[in-house]
Design a protein around this ligand. Sequence first.
Ligand SMILES: Nc1ncnc2c1ncn2[C@@H]1O[C@H](COP(=O)(O)OP(=O)(O)OP(=O)(O)O)[C@@H](O)[C@H]1O
Ligand SMILES: [Mg+2]
Length: 321
Amino acid sequence: MEKLIEVKNLKKHFYKKNFWGQNQGVTKAVDGVTFDINKGETFGLVGESGCGKSTLGRTLIRMYEPTSGKIMYEGEDIAAIKKNKLNKFHKKMQIIFQDPYSSLDPHLTVRDIIAEPISVYEKLSDTEIDLRIAELLKKVGLKSDDMNKYSYEFSGGQRQRIGIARALSVNPQFVLCDEPISALDVSIQAQVINVLEELQEELGLTYLFVAHDLNMVHHISEKIGVMYLGKIVEIGDSDDIYFNPKHPYTKALINAIPRIEQERVLKLDRDVIQGDIPSPLNVPKGCRFHPRCPYATERCRCEEPELRIDADGHQVACFEA
Ligand SMILES: Nc1ncnc2c1ncn2[C@@H]1O[C@H](COP(=O)(O)OP(=O)(O)OP(=O)(O)O)[C@@H](O)[C@H]1O
Ligand SMILES: [Mg+2]
């Protein structure tokens, strides 16, 4: 499998400054993450709220400046490229936002919303832009006439289709889908997922798909990464993570999924997650999951486990797994 993106020890720390510019602490939102995304595949990223999923995604596409680390895109380190030289990559890497209500400007027509990235990255005539937008709207299941309407005239699901059309308007290779269905009615979610899957197939797109819903992530992803407090603690094939989780945190997440088929329930009675995720301003020493882990030993309290890889490619950062 050909790699599109190789992330190496990527960090994004946010520094809190007071009025006088003095440091008031650092939020280690992404704190040394290493993983690959294969071309044409979906990498699902899961983890509790605040664990750094959006920050990781946004740093990876250089919407945020990385603190350190490498982001190899087809062999070139985009973390090291100067901001004014980034256009070439920004065109290839687009984003679909979580909330299609706040992410689409209500003062603009659908045409102007979708045309915005095109005018930044390409030089096309108005007629060429109209043709491309008409085609895109059909691709995402809307009508070409819809380009003359305003986004507030559409339902949530239709708005997210507009968001998808905008992301695809400059023919990207990679799309960061940051919880693209979380704000939608359950009945609409599957339709939007289908649109994303069909477009991936047709256009050979690569996705980083961020979500809370492990069932959905399992369905849509080839690989899954599990994030905890700024680190990825487990990576594996989607089925491996879902049916054979190794890290106590992943087991707890899987255990928390309501299931109808009782025989599928994993026998992991101890793996019910306790307490809240600690603040990334104050990361626990040793394994950052140890204060909540039922299996923690003395070693876990002092030493941080690194991701280690099994013969089958499954990676887990746990001394006991
Ligand atoms: N621009 C920012 N400035 C300072 N801190 C930030 C910023 N963006 C995120 N953070 C902090 O970084 C941590 C990770 O946030 P992030 O939004 O990446 O989490 P998340 O996993 O996407 O959460 P959710 O599932 O709720 O979307 C949080 O503690 C958050 O408060
Ligand atoms: Mg987020």
